[in-house]
Ligand binder design. Structure first.
Ligand code: FMN
Length: 322
């Protein structure tokens, strides 16, 4: 069986599948449940300085079988209420990554300090939510801002800092380079794509907030393109996210340059058992392609890597397999 273990941003993951922020993982129990279901690590809901109720309903709609459209408005209990949830999640035994959001660098640094004190293994900075006024893309769309936020957070904590990059930009690689200059240990891409659906009978947007973010299968090619460009631009690890529902999706991200991947919307469609299935199927797929270790496949589709065949090719492997 191929080895799915990966080293990413100073964390050792038993498998590359992380629970993505915001889907399933707000309470400690649900985070722990994802670990028990086979996630290699979990990322908390993005937590802010104060409790937030989020936007009025409807906040989420399915977009046929292609994904979800959401504008939750970053509902969260606030950092004061969060220690007990992280404590429960930590008992499940896999790395817990604390996701935080704020409106400026000082706000991010303060939250990062407080999240770090809870015993998490790393921090993910939400620089990319497309629909929350004053947060997310509004503070994460300019390389200068990304660099300043990341640098300020990195100075405030010893934990690995992962910058989560928006796809709603012409140059995601420039944002990733800025995060790297600021000292990020890794970059994750992508958050949801800004999107809209309209109910023609009511003559109004389907979501109460109007604009939302698209996730799920529909966005996989966009996520792959971002990861591809970012991998070419930085030397820190890239974490791929967006539309991963099968082992082949995950391996596409890995071959595009991701060392680990996050899974979100697939849980809404397939349930939390998706984690166990993804690991099982990815082991089988790597065996079939002749990879002894997942890490051998990172970036393998890049010409700059010579479209690397598995190191173990020759043992019945398909030579040159993508
Ligand atoms: C309902 C919902 C809530 C989300 N909340 C957050 C969040 O709080 N913080 C964040 O960084 N990303 C959030 N995301 C984005 C996901 O973490 C992920 O980047 C995106 O959905 C793409 O991955 P997927 O196609 O596997 O869902 C949310 C996505 C959805 C669908």
């Amino acid at each position: 069986m191929a080895d799915l273990g990966v080293e990413c941003a100073g964390m050792r993951l038993g498998n590359p599948f992380l629970l993505a922020s915001g889907i399933w993982g707000e309470s400690g129990e649900s985070l722990a449940g994802a670990v028990r279901a086979g996630a290699g690590g979990v990322i908390t809901k993005s937590i802010g300085a104060e409790p937030r109720a989020g936007y009025p309903n409807p906040t989420i709609e399915t977009y046929s079988e292609w994904g979800l459209l959401n504008a939750m408005g970053l509902p969260n209990p606030g950092i004061d209420e969060y220690p007990k949830e992280v404590a429960i999640a930590l008992r499940a035994g896999a790395p817990v990554i604390g996701s935080v959001f704020a409106g400026d660098a000082a706000g991010f640094a303060e939250l990062a300090r407080r999240m770090a004190a809870l015993g998490v293994a790393g921090l993910e900075l939400n620089l990319s939510c497309p629909h929350a006024e004053g947060f997310g893309t509004e503070v994460g769309s300019e390389p200068r801002d990304v660099e300043e936020i990341v640098r300020t957070v990195v100075r405030s904590t010893r934990l690995p800092v992962i910058a989560k990059i928006t796809p709603n930009t012409t140059d995601p690689a420039a944002l990733a380079r800025a995060a790297e200059r600021g000292g990020a240990a890794a970059v994750s891409a992508i958050n949801t794509l800004r999107a809209l659906a309209i109910n023609v009978r009511l003559r109004r947007p389907v979501l109460a907030h109007g604009l939302g973010g698209l996730s799920g299968r529909a966005i996989k090619p966009v996520g792959l393109a971002c990861v591809w460009q970012i991998y070419e631009a930085v030397s820190i690890p890239v974490i791929g996210v967006g539309g991963i529902a099968t082992a082949e999706d995950a391996l596409e991200y890995v071959m595009a340059g991701a060392r680990a991947v996050e899974v979100g919307t697939a849980i809404a469609f397939d349930g939390i058992a998706v984690f166990e299935r993804l690991s099982r199927e990815l082991s089988g797929l790597l065996d079939e392609l002749g990879y002894a270790r997942l890490e051998e496949a990172v970036g393998a589709a890049h010409p700059s890597k010579g479209n690397a065949a598995p190191a173990s090719a020759g043992r019945g492997a398909i030579s040159g397999a993508r």
